[in-house]
Design a binder for this molecule. Structure first.
Ligand code: E4P
Length: 219
């Protein structure tokens, strides 16, 4: 399973890269705006930090505008992936871009049929938003299972990025279902490594180690 980090915060990306767990980055206009920094400056820094796919989102709503933006964004780096919203205009743009060899990530996916259309249009990635579905009382993870089944039924190569992750259980469930990728906020990445029994265990081992005679002799 690949882990992407869902942020545009360069410090978070640096730390996560140091952990050795990060295969890519996803951004969106909200995440970019949270940095308070100029778009190109942030993006160029991210592209220097990460070799894997970095998703950058278009803001046009019509296919032509999306394609024009995508072509510009794609010039920023070989690892740029263009995030396109799941609309009929978006699907047209995905088709054109995939024929040009520009990788796409269809975002704001909330139904299995939207994911089917994205794959048929030639999307490289599809991003179903589990947290936002849970927020309105739906079952976000059921959507992931359905997309995994549909893609397996027809052999689609589109990779599923589980997005809008809120907590470690989302990551666990995504892994059990067999989703290709989880895009995870920094806070949740750090939570994945934690367990209270690990902390208690370390504390006890150190207490006991302090009782061992001549313990410094190995150093
Ligand atoms: C996905 O690529 C999006 O950036 C993201 O996961 C949205 O999550 P949110 O619902 O926490 O905004």
């Amino acid at each position: 399973m690949k882990f992407f980090i869902d942020t545009a915060d360069v410090n978070e990306i640096k730390e996560a890269v140091e952990l050795g767990l990060i295969d890519g980055v996803t951004t969106n206009p909200t995440l970019i705006s949270k940095t308070g920094r100029p778009f190109k400056e942030v993006v160029n820094e991210i592209l220097k930090l990460v070799d894997g796919p970095v998703s950058l989102e278009v803001v046009s709503l019509d296919a032509k505008g999306m394609v024009d933006e995508a072509r510009q964004l794609a010039k920023l780096g070989e690892n740029v992936v263009i995030k396109i919203p799941m609309t009929t205009e978006g699907l047209k743009a995905v088709k054109i871009l995939s024929e040009e060899g520009i990788r796409t990530n269809v975002t704001l996916v909330f139904s299995p049929l939207q994911a089917l259309l994205a794959a048929k249009a030639g999307a490289t990635y599809v991003s179903p938003f589990v947290g936002r579905l849970d927020d309105i009382g739906h079952d976000g993870m059921e959507l992931i299972s359905q997309i995994v089944d549909i893609y397996a039924n027809y052999g689609f190569m589109t990779e599923i990025i589980v997005a809008s992750i809120r907590h470690p259980k989302h990551v666990l469930e995504a892994a059990l279902i067999g989703a290709d990728i989880a895009t995870i906020p920094f806070k949740v990445i750090t939570q994945l490594a934690k367990h209270p029994l690990t902390d208690i265990g370390i504390e006890r081992f150190l207490e006991d180690w302090a009782k061992v005679p001549d313990r410094e002799s190995i150093f």
